[in-house]
Design a binder for this molecule. Structure first.
Ligand SMILES: *[C@@H]1O[C@H](CO)[C@@H](O)[C@H](O)[C@H]1NC(C)=O
Ligand SMILES: *[C@@H]1O[C@H](CO)[C@@H](O)[C@H](O)[C@H]1NC(C)=O
Ligand SMILES: *[C@@H]1O[C@H](CO)[C@@H](O)[C@H](O)[C@H]1NC(C)=O
Ligand SMILES: *[C@@H]1O[C@H](CO)[C@@H](O)[C@H](O)[C@H]1NC(C)=O
Length: 879
């Protein structure tokens, strides 16, 4: 097995058990628990890039939507895009440049037939491309939903046309565009996870191959209402001496069989099959003999945060990695506050569970109730579900076809492992709040000092991309970029890491976006560049710019980068912006500060003392700009904007801007003109109100402006004033400064808290009574139960009955049964089977809830209101 990879002995056992037992309740209480302050959430992104600031490249074809599948050919520098009824080839360096396109539309009669079955002609009865995989260097394999008649075809790359193969896509592509799917092409054979019928009720993980097609058994222990998330192949370790096989891993979530709960509790799973699997000879004929699945744990035991809704997985692998690593995104099942987590799993941990872990077994208790418990009996040899390796071959089991019936029968009945897969360091790498993560890609980067960082690019359901790294046990969110204008979810992410050209591609319903992995050039000063703590970026002394390391060829001397944010190597002199403004008595001015960092604090100084920006006189606008009201002579002087950013207990302060305010000497009573103040730097352009300065608009003030590189475009707020005597200011409060999709909203509504609390309390009571009723709780409540129990339990349908009912549908290569998948599905027993723990029946009783209900948040975070002022001077005073 994976002898060359080391794994620690199951240290998680003690942790995993309690989590497992409390999971149902914890999952429920997750929103309550969130309100406790013990969890360290990821900090806000240091920088927020609006789309127009960074100028991303987009691709969108008029009339085409749902850009759902991406495939990159690094060799051809081409990105292939599967959308609704179309496939495109675009230049991978500039996706706006379309190279080829081919349409695949549904014929009118097919559309009509689809509509007859009650589906929508405008949306559902179309062809959504769901599979886009390389078949050979000249051909792509493409499948689409094709108006609920999934079909696959070969797409020749030169010329860019479909070959008209018209293969039945059943089992490779879903019927319904709304259903989950995943697929991966491995050595010319397509492995896919999808649904097998029109209703979408028959899930299947299958391999399509002319030699040896295989599929999952249609039975609840194998797949129970799954949502397929991701699949990938992991090749055998080249140093492996045990003759292991290549393996295909499937990630999905399914309705729990092992925990009993009032609603359908979803459990994230990893399953794996062996590439060399040929199915069984009698038992498991044309079925996987190597299908095993295990639960993925992503939770924070000390805070009872349980993340059980798997969103996406990325496999980080490469020759430079000791072993492949899985990065997975989760959200909790009840996620009204927007919590997301990233958990990381070592391959060896996953393999350990499959190759050494205990199996689970269903048993019937109390006449008809099925429970899943750990199987402690003897396990047949060769080990059920194991790939054929040297050891098996030595024992004359050269193929799955000659595995003994005992082994096959066992794996057929026990595909679920009892042991779970725990994340590295037993907790999430990152927990974020007020954001729903959707997709993840990870790049491994070497910083200037040689340290390796895994840079996570995580997309949100609001069109943004977060870029985060782990810095010595704390998460640093380097930046967030708005990829799409609309608040639409990012549905697919792809990373290209070709030398010198590194991009992240994102697909959504409306189009595609291409972003470089870093915006180094946007950091205008050495301090900015270093404080970004972006492993891609370093300050070049030579060119006095912030450069991307992956584009720097040759010598790395003269480059400055410090992942701890140590700016001492930066040249001393920081040039600040400078502006000079003239005012008139009684006016108002806004002084700007070119600060991008969301982590920095802006401090204003006037004549060397700090301006207290909470009076009637001064106000901060958007945490940065200073507003001064009712100007008088005493206000003339030098105003400085300082930024203070604390990194690792060290505060870096720098002067970012200087403004000189001067009272206008000569007052011209002539008719007021349009403008009054100017700087050369639009970022510093103050808004002076109520007073005009004739001639100022044409006059170029004696200014020297040295602007740090970042271009912050600010819409001109200068409102021409016509009659300037009595200043009148209209204040419009807008609660955000960033566009709302990227903003981190601070959440604190006491009434909501109270409501949530009551809601969960009631839910907890229900749960308690339910468990009591079901007799899962010990003696204390028997009395209660006997009082409450008026009628007898309704017998539930027997699980084993159900299993017998389960129809055996064999995969027949090329000739899938043509019943349009409308076969009725046997009644699924979704009755809640619980795991009866074989260790102790420790129960989530008072200890648990007292722990949760006790420390309610006492500190209220104020609603983070940021204001923007709008001015109008309509007061016709006729001075
Ligand atoms: C396709 O895109 C539209 C918006 O353009 C969206 O409303 C719809 O849900 C998408 N359909 C699927 C199956 O993704
Ligand atoms: C394997 O099979 C060969 C021939 O079929 C036989 O000679 C050999 O003894 C067998 N080995 C074992 C371990 O059963
Ligand atoms: C996972 O792998 C990393 C690096 O290979 C190692 O440091 C870590 O200890 C492993 N963790 C587990 C739980 O195996
Ligand atoms: C996250 O998703 C939930 C459920 O769909 C939604 O209620 C919530 O508003 C979302 N939060 C954010 C920040 O997008």
């Amino acid at each position: 097995m994976l002898s060359s990879w080391s794994w620690p002995q199951s240290t998680e056992q003690s942790l995993a058990l309690p989590v497992k037992m409390y999971l149902p309740i914890s999952g429920l209480l997750v929103t309550l628990v969130v309100l406790r302050t013990t969890v360290a959430f990821a900090p806000v992104p240091r920088i927020t890039w609006e789309q127009r600031e960074v100028g991303l490249v987009h691709f969108h074809e008029p009339g085409v939507s749902n850009y759902s599948t991406l495939l990159l050919s690094e060799h051809r520098d081409t990105l292939y895009v599967g959308a609704r009824e179309a496939v495109f080839a675009v230049n991978a360096h500039n996706i706006a440049e379309k190279q080829h396109e081919v349409y695949w539309k549904v014929s009118e009669d097919k559309k009509a037939k689809c509509a007859e079955k009650g589906k929508s002609k405008q949306t559902e009865c179309l062809n959504y491309i769901r599979v886009l995989q390389p078949l050979d260097p000249q051909t792509l394999y493409v499948c689409g939903t094709n108006a609920f008649q999934p079909t696959c075809d070969h797409l020749s790359l030169a010329p860019f046309t479909f070959l008209g193969k018209n293969e039945d896509g059943k089992g490779r592509c879903p019927f319904d565009p709304a259903q989950s799917y995943t697929s991966i092409m491995v050595d010319g054979e397509l492995y896919s996870g999808t649904s097998y019928n029109f209703l979408g009720s028959e899930p299947i993980i299958s391999r399509h191959s002319s030699q040896s097609p295989l599929r999952t058994e249609y039975a609840i222990p194998w797949l129970n209402e799954p949502s397929f998330i991701f699949a990938d192949v992991i090749r055998r370790n080249p140093n492996d001496t045990e003759g292991e096989d290549d393996k295909v891993y499937f990630f999905f979530m399914e309705v729990s069989v092992e925990y009993e709960f009032i609603f359908k509790l979803m459990i994230p799973r990893v399953a794996r099959v062996c590439k060399g699997d040929q199915g069984g000879l009698r038992t498991l004929q044309k079925k996987w003999t190597s299908f095993l699945k295990a639960r993925l744990i992503c939770s924070k035991p000390d805070s009872n945060l349980v993340f059980n809704m798997l969103q996406d997985v990325f496999v980080l692998q490469g020759p430079w990695l000791k072993e492949p690593v899985f990065y997975a995104i989760f959200i909790p099942q009840l996620n009204n506050v927007g919590l997301s987590a990233v958990c990381v799993y070592n391959l060896s941990t996953v393999e350990e569970v499959f190759s050494r872990g205990k199996y689970m077994q269903s048993t019937t208790v109390e006449q008809s109730h099925t429970k899943w418990v750990r199987y402690n009996g003897a396990v047949p040899r060769p080990r059920p579900g194991a790939c054929i390796n040297s050891q098996a071959r030595a024992a004359n089991f050269t193929s799955s076809l000659n595995l003994p019936d005992k082994t096959l029968q066992f794996v057929k009945d026990h595909p679920l492992m009892d042991d779970s897969v725990t994340p590295t360091s037993s907790k999430p790498q990152l927990i974020a709040r007020d954001v729903n993560y959707t997709q993840i890609v990870v790049d491994r980067v070497q910083a200037l000092d040689g340290t390796i960082y895994d840079v996570m690019f995580i997309s949100t359901d609001r069109g943004a991309l977060h870029k985060a790294i782990n810095l010595e046990h704390s998460v640093h969110v380097i930046e967030e970029t708005q990829l799409f204008e609309g608040l639409e979810p990012v549905q697919t992410l792809l990373l290209s890491s070709k030398e010198g050209k590194r991009f992240v591609y994102a697909g959504s319903n409306s189009g595609l976006a291409q972003a470089p992995v870093a915006f180094c050039g946007k950091h205008g000063t050495c301090i900015d560049c270093v404080l970004a703590r972006d492993p891609y970026c370093a300050w070049s002394r030579h060119s006095a710019t912030c450069v991307a390391l992956y584009q720097e060829h040759g010598s790395r001397r003269g480059l400055i980068q410090s992942m701890s944010g140590d700016v001492s190597a930066c040249p001393d002199r920081v040039k600040e912006s400078y502006g000079q403004h003239f005012f008139k008595r009684g006016g108002t001015v806004e002084l700007k500060c070119p600060q991008k960092s969301n982590l920095a604090q802006v401090i204003w100084m006037f004549q060397n003392s700090v301006v207290k920006a909470d009076s009637l006189k001064y106000m901060l606008l958007g945490r940065k700009s200073l507003l001064i009201f009712n100007l008088s002579e005493g206000d003339s002087g030098v105003y400085q904007c300082l930024s203070e950013e604390t990194v690792k207990n060290k505060t870096v302060s720098q002067v970012l801007a200087k403004h000189v305010l001067e009272k206008m000497v000569s007052h011209t009573p002539a008719a007021p003109t349009q403008l009054f103040t100017q700087t050369n730097d639009s970022r510093l352009a103050p808004r002076v109100l109520a007073e005009t300065m004739p001639g100022a608009s044409s006059q170029s003030p004696d200014l020297q402006v040295t602007a740090p590189g970042a271009v912050v475009t600010s819409p001109s707020h200068l409102v021409p004033t016509s009659t300037p005597c009595q200043p009148k200011i209209v204040i419009n409060t807008i609660p955000q400064v960033h566009s709302e999709n990227t903003m981190y909203l601070k959440y604190s509504d006491n009434r909501l808290l109270m409501f949530l609390f009551l809601f969960f309390f009631v839910l907890f009571l229900c749960l308690f009574s339910y468990n009591c009723y079901k007799d899962y709780l010990p003696g204390h409540c028997l009395k209660f139960r006997s009082i409450m129990l008026l009628g007898k339990k309704k017998p539930k349908s027997d699980f084993s009955d159900c299993e017998q009912n389960v129809k055996e549908t064999l995969v027949d290569p090329g000739s899938f049964s043509q019943q349009n998948g409308e076969q009725p599905k046997p009644a699924l027993d979704t009755g809640y089977e619980t795991e009866q723990d074989t260790i102790t029946s420790k129960l989530p009783t008072d200890r648990e809830d007292s722990q949760r209900i006790d420390d309610f948040p006492t500190k209220d975070e104020p609603f983070d209101v940021k204001c923007e002022l709008k001015y109008a001077d309509s007061d016709a005073d006729g001075d």
